[in-house]
Each structure stands twice: as structure tokens, then as C-alpha cells.
Design a protein around this ligand. Sequence first.
Ligand code: MET
Ligand code: ZN
Length: 338
Amino acid sequence: MVGTAGGGAAEAVRRWVEAGGGHLVLDGGLATELEANGADLNDPLWSAKCLLVSPRLIRKVHMDYLEAGANIISTTSYQATIQGFESKGFSKEQSENLLTKSVEIAREAREMFLKEHLNQSIPAQKPILVAASIGSYGAYLADGSEYSGDYGEAGTIGFLKDFHRRRLQVLAEAGPDLIAFETIPNKLEAQAYVELLEECNIHIPAWFSFNSKDGVNIVSGDSLIKCATIADKCAKVGAVGINCTPPRFIHGLILSIRKITDKPILIYPNSGETYDGVRKEWVESTGVSDGDFVSYVSEWCKDGATLIGGCCRTTPNTIRAIQRTLNQGSNTLQLPVA
Ligand code: MET
Ligand SMILES: [Zn+2]
């Protein structure tokens, strides 16, 4: 595990990016790919339901993303919370074990992937990292409110810190390389995460990833500049970016983030389709194809993003195409190894 001592989390992420040849490939939609493999995720736990019923499928999907060229895989803990497991009848201890298991499965997938590729002569020594996913309080509510950031009376910093504290500690203790705060919908939750990282003295680099539906602000209407500034000021945050947002908005959003931070920028947009939180489905026909998605990648690199992947409705094919685009012009075989 790489700690953040001596240079802060951004320095740790920069070193990984450098070892990756100037960029790292993230994975694509995890829930999307679990569903494509037959999982029924119509449940408040969403992808975390597979921790209960099909852990092997999770490992397979992680491996499919690694085979596609991902350098960073994120765990099935996005919608996994102690509160969510408890409401299904699990004890506190069992719930914490399930969180730990999400990190263990991803680490196992990495082990197996590395073992399978052990005998290949691979010139490019790229890191492979496990990011422990933390979805917002809105994701736990499972009503689409991570796309509105409207938490009503629960919208106090104290409430949000209490909600996330133990989960963050358990995930950090499970030994991931990164903590991925994903789809952050409002400024208050970003502030709560910063305070928790400090108070819990977390030594694993975190990334903060916001989502936007207008290409200017984050989904709650809070200023992206203000939110990214909160992340910038925290030495425990190693990268700042955007996820689960249509590709057409990404260029402008990267430029806004770059204005206020030197930390590495990560982006993993969705396919451009829109999630209908009431009907619990993605509205088709507004999305872009893998080809269109990938044609954006060079532009995002030029804008200064160094960690690039996909979010909902993207697949290993998307990641394979991103990996090829990023590694264009290089003659080395681009399989990642430890
Ligand atoms: C709603 S954004 C979901 C992010 C999560 N890492 C996933 O792909 O399943
Ligand atoms: Zn998403």
C-alpha cells in the first residue's frame, strides 16, 4: 500500500501516472457489466448485491476490465453501506465484512490477472491498482438523488459524516490502493469527505469525482469551481475529476478544474444516456457509441486529464478502445504488470 507521507496524495498519484507512461486507464461501468453478465441489480444495494449472491461474477468482471487494459479497478462498494446491509438483516459485523470483501475480491482479481500473465515478457511495467468505491449518500438512498444532490433534512455536514465514517474506515483498512469518492453531487458531501479523511487520518490517496448535468456546475447546482477547490485544499486528495456525466460536457469541465488545481485530473464519463431515477432505467437513444466516446479521448488528454475510463453504460470494449487510443504510437506491448 502506498501511503501519502512525504509529498501528499497528489504526488503518489503522479508517480503512478508516470509509471503508466503519462496516463492510467480506469475501468468502465461495473454495475453495467455485472448486468451484462446476467446479474439482476434491481435492489437498493445495486452492484453490491453481487457481494451476497455472486462474488465470483464480480471477480470475473474485474478481470475482464484488466484484460481490456484497465490499470485501476474499482470495487463493488459504490452502493454498499453498513446501513444498507443492516436493513437487509445483517449484523454490523457482517456488514463490515461485506465491505471488506469488496476490496478483497478486487485484490484477488489483480492477483489472478498477474499470475495469468506471469510468463509473458512485458516491457511496459504499469501499475495495477484497486480503488475502493464510495458512492454518495444519495446513492445509498437508491432513488437517483446522486443526480440531484438534494438531501432535504439529511443535508447537514454532521449527518453526512456520521453516515460515511465507519464505512470509510472499514474500506481503508481492507487495503485498497486508492479511495474513490464517486459521483459527488454537492459541496456539503465533498466537505464531509475532507473532514472525515482528516479526522480518520486516512493514509490512502483519495480521489474526488463530481458529476454534472449542465457542463458548468455539479448536479446540485453547486459551483464546480468551489467543489474542486475543496478537494484541491485537502492534502489527502490525490486526484480530482468528473464521472457519470455525458462525454460532450467533459472538455469544458476539465478546463474549469484545471484552472484551480495542479492535482492529477481523472474523468470517466457515462455513455451520454440519462438515468431516470424514478423508472430506475437509462433512457436510451441519447447516448454516444464507443467510437464517438473514444474520439473524445485525445482531446481530454490535451486538456490535461491523465486518468481516463468510463462510467455507467460503458463496457470492456470502451476501455479497450480507450487503452488503444492512449497508447497509440507506442511500440511496447501494453499489458499492465505489477
Ligand atoms: C452511478 S456511477 C456508478 C459508479 C460505479 N463505479 C459503477 O460503475 O458501478
Ligand atoms: Zn455511473
